[in-house]
Design a protein. Structure first.
Ligand SMILES: NC(=O)c1ccc[n+]([C@@H]2O[C@H](COP(=O)([O-])OP(=O)(O)OC[C@H]3O[C@@H](n4cnc5c(N)ncnc54)[C@H](OP(=O)(O)O)[C@@H]3O)[C@@H](O)[C@H]2O)c1
Length: 347
């Protein structure tokens, strides 16, 4: 007899095998929760007829009563006898496994790397010398992470690193010269969090297409981001994950965004292929809308984007940083595009 397990087990089975029918055949639940809510069979014929054993369920008042039989997600047509036997075996196997999982054994480990007596995380933010990357670096350093930021120049990287916190390291990395990335990152020993935000403003239109800018934009964001992940991959700790920055321009072009729209859409594809190739490490993309308190936008008077945003304002740097943290640390989220845009895509 299972105690409180069957409900969890049934949910787990249905979750793991959506579209199949699963029931805990032959199991008598003593949980006060019945299987109600998973759908009731139209008649009592299915009662225990997989194994011939009688199925009973316990009512909320504790009495063993024969309730309407519940067959979660029963498909049309019904399985063959062979399928039933197979399904029974899967039912029992998965139910047994799931019922053994205890919450403390679920591998959610937000800050995973242990160094010495305290747990710290090593975060590298490529593009951490400015804008959203810098806000992230401040957040991570503020909670005691080991943080490395990059800039295109060593001088700026070191200056900004010291401004953020004395513990932060600054490295020179130029993603527009991908062949130099491996050498530039050779000092990085291990990585728990890799965030790549780097971008340069390579605005161009089709009418005035600037080939040099277009090549620079594609090289920096698509080739440079990819090479950075490749180079650091062998230094990932077991729980390491990656967040790549795209942007809402991938869905909403604006004048001059020809290449920005293109490369941010490319981030969606890059995440998909990386998720397969760096598995079991996770990789996700974040796509902010226009960030209202970013130095580039905060002084724009009466920004027309505000009235189009359902939350009545532009998103903030802190909100983007918070969402990035979520993607880095939620161990179930992988290969996703997360929009942080205040809902502007529905207007
Ligand atoms: N700001 C927004 O409203 C907004 C909206 C949507 C999406 N995004 C996305 O969010 C990310 C960050 O944007 P941001 O506006 O915060 O950027 P930002 O303020 O312009 O900062 C850009 C960062 O990238 C670095 N960088 C520039 N060119 C580089 C290169 N060739 N190689 C390596 N690093 C380079 C810069 O370092 P140095 O200058 O020190 O070299 C700086 O640290 C971008 O991917 C962008 O597409 C931003």
């Amino acid at each position: 007899m299972l105690d409180a397990g069957p409900d969890l087990a049934v949910q787990g089975v249905a979750f793991l095998f959506p579209g199949r029918e699963f029931g805990l055949t032959g199991v008598t639940s003593t949980s006060p929760t019945t299987f109600g809510g998973w759908g009731h069979a139209a008649d009592g014929k299915a009662d225990g007829n997989r194994t011939g054993r009688r199925r009973t369920q316990t009512t909320a008042d504790g009495s063993n009563d024969r309730l309407p039989i519940v067959q979660p997600f029963r498909g049309t047509g019904g399985p063959s006898g062979r399928d039933r036997s197979w399904a029974d075996r899967v039912d029992r196997f998965v139910a047994a496994r799931i019922s053994r999982i205890r919450p403390h054994r679920i591998p959610y480990r937000p800050y995973v790397h242990r160094k010495g007596p305290r747990i710290v995380t090593t975060s590298i933010i490529v593009g951490g010398s400015g804008g959203l990357g810098r806000v992230l670096a401040q957040r991570f350093a503020g909670r005691g992470d080991t943080v490395i930021i990059t800039s295109r120049t060593s001088e700026r990287a070191k200056t900004v690193a010291v401004e953020i916190a004395r513990t932060v390291r600054g490295l020179a990395v130029d993603l527009s010269r991908p062949e130099t990335i491996e050498g530039a990152l050779s000092d990085v020993r291990e990585v728990d969090n890799l965030v790549i935000t780097a971008i340069t403003e390579d605005f161009t239109t089709l009418a005035d297409f600037d080939i040099a800018k277009a090549i620079h934009a594609v090289t920096t964001k698509l080739v440079g981001y990819t090479e950075t992940v490749r180079v650091l991959h062998d230094r990932f700790t077991p729980g390491a994950s990656v967040v790549l920055f795209g942007g809402l321009a991938k869905e909403r072009p604006y004048p001059g965004s020809t290449m920005v729209t293109t490369i941010n859409a490319g981030i969606t594809g890059l995440v998909k292929t990386l998720a397969v190739q760096i598995a079991p490490h996770r990789v996700n993309a974040i796509h902010p809308g226009m960030v209202g308190d970013h130095p580039r936008w905060r002084d724009v008077p009466e920004n027309p984007q505000v009235s189009r945003t359902p939350i009545g304002r532009l998103v903030t740097m802190a909100e983007v940083a918070d969402a990035t943290d979520f993607l880095l640390h939620n161990t179930g989220v992988n290969a996703q595009d997360l929009f942080v845009d205040g809902g502007v895509r529905v207007t």
